[in-house]
Design a protein around this ligand. Structure first.
Ligand code: ADP
Ligand code: ZN
Length: 341
């Protein structure tokens, strides 16, 4: 099922409910170079045999400027030219690196993605943001540049470890909270083990979430307005992730609960709503609280680049399925954090 979406910076072909075997047809006559990590290369060797490819270590530690230099050397060895195309096959780390290296190699060559984690399928691969870390500075080097295509094959999820499934569900639950109360109810009707054994339902879920992200990014690619809604659960979530080294989805889950409690303070969001969210997160094996230090979190929030003066832009819920942006004073956030531990 092909769907073409136009963003300000470029047009992307989405192949939903597809098969990785379609890659040759989609990229026919292109000088293809596949970029992947050691985990995917070991699990799916047949994909890479006989094709030009580059394999990098797996995990966030590989998302560095140093990797870009190594990949560049390999691209040169493989005779990559301006006409070559890089296809990233992997999770969010691979799609981020692929987008970045393709954007700067010879001032930019074409690229495409085959996301292999649920998180990359519903979130990381979509939206054109890419980048690498320098030291502790996440995504400090990067561009906004859309891939030529994104090909979805849920078969990859057969090998995805359960904690990675939960990571993806944190983002899926996020979309349901800010945009889609029907999706929220659907998620309440099922659970992790249902989706793990129902590829068609997962493919449907992915298309729905990709649709929400595409709609948001198409309207506001540079994140000056509505795209900020996608940061629901991420403001305090990122701080928790940075300090306590929790997996992204777990930190976002805790961040979403904090955002609900702040919503109750600010706009009277119902405690029943917060309970529905915590029940749902638990259903997908995600944490709902953490014994964090509020002052420590505040320190990191104060350094957050989204801060203006004494306020931070927070994403709150007016009800389940409806998020909005609210600038909040630091004191209000600190008070609520103290009640959240
Ligand atoms: P993200 O969670 O942002 O998508 P990564 O790219 O770091 O981040 O992927 C998470 C981990 O899952 C990595 O160790 C990666 O090698 C591994 N991985 C990615 N896709 C699969 C898959 N389909 N099966 C098994 N492991 C996978
Ligand atoms: Zn996220």
């Amino acid at each position: 099922m092909k769907q073409t979406i136009a963003f300000p910076s470029g047009t992307v072909d989405y192949y939903f409910k597809s098969k990785v075997e379609e890659l040759s047809r989609i990229c026919s006559n292109r000088d293809l170079i596949l970029l992947t990590d050691v985990t995917i290369a070991a699990l799916y060797p047949g994909l890479f045999a006989g094709r030009k490819h580059i394999i990098i270590p797996s995990g966030e530690d590989a998302k560095t400027a140093e990797s870009i230099k190594e990949i560049t050397k390999k691209l040169l060895e493989l005779d990559a030219t301006r006409k070559s195309m890089i296809v990233g096959i992997g999770g969010g780390v691979i799609t981020d690196i692929t987008g970045f290296v393709a954007s700067v190699y010879m001032r930019g060559i074409k690229f495409g993605f085959v996301p292999t984690t649920l998180l990359a399928m519903v979130d990381a691969a979509i939206g054109g943001k890419n980048g690498v870390n320098v030291g502790l500075h996440k995504n400090i080097l990067g561009t906004i540049n859309q891939p030529e295509f994104i090909l979805y094959d849920v078969k990859f999820l057969d090998t995805l470890p359960t904690p990675e499934w939960s990571n993806g569900f944190a983002e899926i639950i996020k979309y349901s909270c800010i945009f889609d109360s029907e999706l929220f109810s659907e998620l309440e009707d099922y659970d992790l083990s249902f989706y793990k054994t129902s590829p068609e339902a997962v493919a449907e879920l992915i298309a729905t979430c990709a649709g929400w992200k595409n709609k948001t990014v198409a309207e506001d690619e540079l994140e000056t307005g509505i795209r900020k809604l996608l940061n629901f659960g991420h403001t305090s979530g990122h701080a928790i992730e940075t300090i306590y080294h929790l997996p992204h989805g777990q930190a976002v889950a805790i961040g979403m609960v904090i955002a609900c409690k702040l919503s109750s303070e600010i706009n009277g969001f119902s405690t029943a709503g917060t309970e529905r969210l915590t029940d749902l997160l638990e259903r997908y094996s995600l944490p709902v609280k953490y014994h964090f230090s509020a002052p420590h979190i505040m320190e990191v929030l104060k350094m957050d680049k989204k801060r203006n003066n004494k306020n931070i832009d927070f994403i709150l819920l007016s009800q389940i399925g409806e998020g909005y942006i609210q600038s909040l004073p630091l004191e209000t956030i600190e008070q609520t954090l103290n009640t959240c531990m």
